[in-house]
Ligand binder design. Structure first.
Ligand SMILES: NC(=O)c1ccc[n+]([C@@H]2O[C@H](COP(=O)([O-])OP(=O)(O)OC[C@H]3O[C@@H](n4cnc5c(N)ncnc54)[C@H](OP(=O)(O)O)[C@@H]3O)[C@@H](O)[C@H]2O)c1
Length: 243
């Protein structure tokens, strides 16, 4: 019997470390879409399950006591699949979703949008030199921006061809405030587009606030109804250890 942690985040790694240290059996699942993922402590499996039905079959055949969905707040499909699979199998499910950035003092002045199309329209009204800090997924929504400088920062190379006017920077965060200020200044960025991811990559927001660069923030997708949510690793650990 073990806990299944759906991972791919710093919080999932932290949770795995706590569970291993406490002697709680667990397996962390990674999507397998990053070439060299940071591996958590304990057992790891890699790759998709094959939708909600595949995940339900996995839960049945792997003696899973409970599932902690600690995936990224914007990993919408796996979160929906976890909710459906746990409902179908009767396995307990908890969503661990770190706090977003809406509580930052300057966030009320950001342009809040739903989805990447909304982000594109809002950014077009704010400036022409854009830092697209959304990771490599969703870049296709901005493919029409062939007439402007766009900075994209990604861990692995984008899967789509990006326009020639874009700069692709390969780097893995978190980054310092000074480095983020240098980046925004050196590229003369006049609008920053981000998802409301929360977590350790907020130095770009500090830099944008410091330099007066407007921010377009994509709202989080909702958590499936009926799924309990916690925002801290400590709460998720207590829940999982109790099972
Ligand atoms: N979206 C982001 O901005 C973002 C940022 C940082 C890290 N991540 C991490 O990267 C991974 C993929 O994110 P995504 O946005 O592509 O997810 P997604 O759109 O919700 O999921 C796409 C598919 O990838 C598979 N998958 C996703 N997470 C998985 C996991 N932890 N273990 C096994 N399979 C998984 C599932 O395939 P099957 O249907 O075949 O099971 C899922 O249907 C997640 O683990 C997430 O935590 C995402």
């Amino acid at each position: 019997m073990s806990i299944l942690v759906l991972g791919g985040t710093a919080e999932a790694r932290e949770l795995a470390g706590l569970l291993v240290a406490a002697g709680v059996p667990l397996v962390t699942s990674l999507a397998g879409d990053v070439a060299e993922p940071r591996r958590p402590a304990g057992a790891v499996r890699i790759g998709g399950f094959g939708g909600a039905d595949g995940l339900a079959a996995h839960l049945r055949t792997h003696d899973t006591t409970a599932v902690v969905d600690a995936t990224h707040p914007f990993a919408e499909r796996i979160t929906a699949n976890a909710a459906a699979a746990c409902a179908a199998t009767g396995v307990a499910l908890l969503r661990l979703s770190r706090p977003g950035w809406a509580g930052r003092p300057e966030a009320a002045g950001w342009q809040w949008v739903d989805g990447l199309d909304g982000a594109r329209r809002a950014a077009e009204r704010l400036g022409a030199r854009v830092f697209l800090a959304i990771g490599r997924q969703g870049l296709a929504a901005f493919a029409g921006w062939t007439d402007r400088y766009v900075l994209v920062r990604v861990v692995d190379a984008p899967e789509v061809d990006v326009p020639g006017s874009w700069e692709v920077l390969r780097a893995r965060g978190p980054f310092s405030f000074e480095a983020e200020c240098d980046l925004l200044r050196s590229r003369s960025i006049d609008v920053l587009v981000t998802k409301d991811s929360g977590g350790p990559t907020e130095a770009k927001l500090d830099a944008a606030a410091h330099l007066g660069v407007p921010v377009v923030a994509v709202r989080r997708p909702p958590v499936p109804s009926g799924v309990p949510v916690v925002t801290t690793v400590a709460e998720a650990f207590a829940w999982a250890a109790a099972r």
